[in-house]
Design a protein around this ligand. Structure first.
Ligand code: ADP
Ligand code: MG
Length: 385
């Protein structure tokens, strides 16, 4: 780093000094850029890799002509978004946005990936809408009560991903930025904690943090489905730059009744969720909407929203709503063979995902409990999910 300034002081006007600084910097920047090492052209590497991995959406959405048209800076930016899918060719999505504006900046790439994964046209525009009024399939009384299906109280959870406009997305954050983001959120959590309907506390996983919870306490939060799993061994998230610096800048806010939770520093800056054991799905959905309105109203918190794509999330699979609505249901007969194969055979064609008891990539419960949720997030409204 150097200090650059126009040397003239006499017989030059103040306005000319400041302009001379700007014009001189422009020339220096051009000279610096010309000396920068050339970005590696990833085209040949991808051409060799792609034919063997047709299910890797990151690889199959790469267009050499579009890539060739980009500036060096944009080439490097796009490669950063694609790195996980390139380093892990067995990925299914394989790409992640690294900056809040990446979906719009690399639209020709991401619109292909989104179209492939979500089964929508490449020029699809997302609309957010939480109002249940007039939603197709909604029972006449507007209630989504699973007791009417003969089911007991089950654990229900609705979460949305949100990212702050003011920080790079987790894939491009430095350790310092992760910690700054966590500390920035403390102000918002203090406001929630002061509200009688939320209260609760913030638990930080960052060593040395004033709200630090130790390993045993962290594990209790994971077992209670409140905290997220250790991400540090996930090769896909490591290649994406998302899992780095674990557990720094990570933590969870938990309301007094443990039904409203905000994750800090997982795949998105924030995962905001409501969870409760019950039969009426509207309750968790409505509570989350009300809580989100409170969070949205906290001064200084501005979320990344794309004009065409809706809520911005790291992973294109979550873009749009960022919403996953799930319940834990025991299916002892469908899982009698110890696997979720039969449940999946029925759920998948219905647009429902089946996950394990501890979340994605975990085994089903010993009693046949599985996690069922609609898979769609993009070009679907919250009320439809
Ligand atoms: P997501 O990606 O939606 O945040 P994961 O599959 O990573 O979800 O799971 C995160 C945590 O949330 C896990 O502990 C999982 O068991 C828990 N979870 C998900 N759905 C429910 C539910 N309906 N009830 C209780 N816990 C849930
Ligand atoms: Mg997850």
């Amino acid at each position: 780093t150097v200090d650059i300034s126009p040397s003239a002081r006499f017989c030059i006007k103040e306005c000319e000094i400041i302009t001379a600084l700007y014009l001189g910097i422009e020339k220096l920047k051009a000279a610096e850029d010309a000396l920068a090492p050339p970005v590696e052209d990833i085209t040949p590497r991808l051409a060799a890799l792609s034919p063997d991995h047709p299910d890797n959406i990151c690889l199959s959405s790469f267009d050499p002509a579009y890539y060739a048209s980009l500036s060096n800076e944009d080439k490097a930016g796009l490669e950063r978004c694609m790195r996980s899918g390139i380093e892990n060719p067995d990925s299914s999505m394989g790409c992640y946005a690294c900056q809040p504006e990446d979906y719009d900046r690399f639209k020709p790439f991401f619109s292909k990936a989104l179209a492939k994964y979500h089964g929508v046209p490449e020029d699809a525009k997302h609309v957010n809408d939480w109002s249940l009024e007039g939603v197709e399939g909604l029972p006449a009384d507007g209630g989504l009560d699973i007791a009417k299906l003969g089911l007991p109280e089950l654990s229900m959870r609705v979460r949305v991903g949100r990212n702050l406009k003011a920080f790079p997305l987790p894939g491009a954050m430095t350790k310092q930025q992760r910690c700054d983001m966590e500390n920035f959120m403390l102000g918002a959590f203090a406001k929630l904690i002061a509200m009688p309907e939320y209260g609760g506390k913030y638990c930080s996983f960052t060593p040395g943090h004033p709200n630090y919870v130790d390993a045993a306490e962290y594990q209790k939060l994971v077992d209670a489905h409140i905290a997220f799993k250790d991400m540090s061994a996930d090769k896909y998230l490591l290649s994406a730059g998302i899992a780095q610096d674990w557990p720094h800048g990570r933590g969870v806010y938990v309301s007094e009744d443990r039904g409203f939770i905000i994750w800090v520093g997982e795949e998105d800056h924030l995962r905001i969720m409501c969870m409760e054991k019950g039969t009426v799905l509207n309750k968790v959905f409505d509570r989350l909407k009300a809580a989100l309105d409170v969070v949205n109203g906290i001064e200084g918190l501005e979320f990344a929203i794309s004009p065409d794509y809706g809520v911005v999330t790291s992973c294109p699979t979550n873009l749009g709503t960022g919403m996953r609505a799930s319940l834990h249901i025991q299916l002892p007969y469908l899982t009698a063979d110890g696997t979720d194969a039969k449940a999946k055979a029925i759920a998948t064609p219905l647009g429902l995902s089946v996950r394990g008891l501890g979340g994605e990539h975990t085994p089903i419960g010993a009693d046949g409990t599985v996690d069922i949720s609609p898979s769609a997030r993009f070009c679907i409204k919250e009320c439809e999910i």
